[in-house]
Write a protein that binds this ligand. Sequence first.
Ligand SMILES: [Zn+2]
Ligand SMILES: [Zn+2]
Length: 317
Amino acid sequence: MPASCACCGEPAARGTLTRGRVGSGLIVGYCDDCSAHVGRDVTRRLSGVVASSLLGGGLALSLPFADRPPSIVALSLYVLVAAIVPVVVVVLWPRRPAPGHSADGPAARFVADGVLLCANDRYAAELARANDAKHELATFRERRFAAWLLVPAPLCAAAGVATLVITSPLVRVVNLGTERVTIDVDGRRVVAVDPTSVENASAGAEVRITAGEHELVARTAAGRELERTHVRVEGGHPHLFAPGSEGYCFWLESAEYGRGRANEPLREPLEGTQHFWVLPPDLGGFFRPVPEQARAETRLTGGTVTVLRQAPCGADP
Ligand SMILES: [Zn+2]
Ligand SMILES: [Zn+2]
């Protein structure tokens, strides 16, 4: 190796290992001054990755908590774009070497086919002469891109989608018919629900659906459409979807306590033409009377416990 600095041509003070593709490497000499900038491109790519993670991760963990969270597709897109912007800046921003230097990062690096690319042509010529190698004049290109720059973007998008799904409102689907039904949300099959007729706290299935407008379709196993409805899922509320539940009545039952006496439970029927309801955010249970334990607790603190109940219309449990 020439005894001069690979960047400025002054006498070299220390060697830096420059790795090739297959694990071999060369010790390239740099002067003190130039040693300072050899690692700069790695630092820049590293800060690109940090900025990408912060922007993408920040959006991934905040957008799902917005009043109107975006859909899964929109959220992934926002997060991906935000995480890619710092990478694009790092990759496209050209850096000029300072006066007297021939490179801003390392002045020699291996390119894909095992060729050593040198920023300083005098150094390259000297190196070729000393090693009996062929030397060509080429433009020095800095390595501004690395595959790992792209790692945070899909990870952040995945984290955003997971957060959105985990924090999405619950929809309890009950099937009061006689056949098993399948539920499609926006054209995607999400759950199959077996029939139940008696009131049962574990009846039906719970699915998480992102807040916002959705189309729900219930079908029987034979493919017959039982119900198709456009609904608005509200953040922070539980919901009830009871396709094909003609003949059944649903109501909210509130037990009020406080001031040392218990009132008769208050009943508020669920009405509407579609079999989908947004329930109170503090719902205390599904398809069972107000639990005794809750009675005891609210008797102490004063307050109300509300549960959702169900029965064939006209019957009184
Ligand atoms: Zn130098
Ligand atoms: Zn230099």
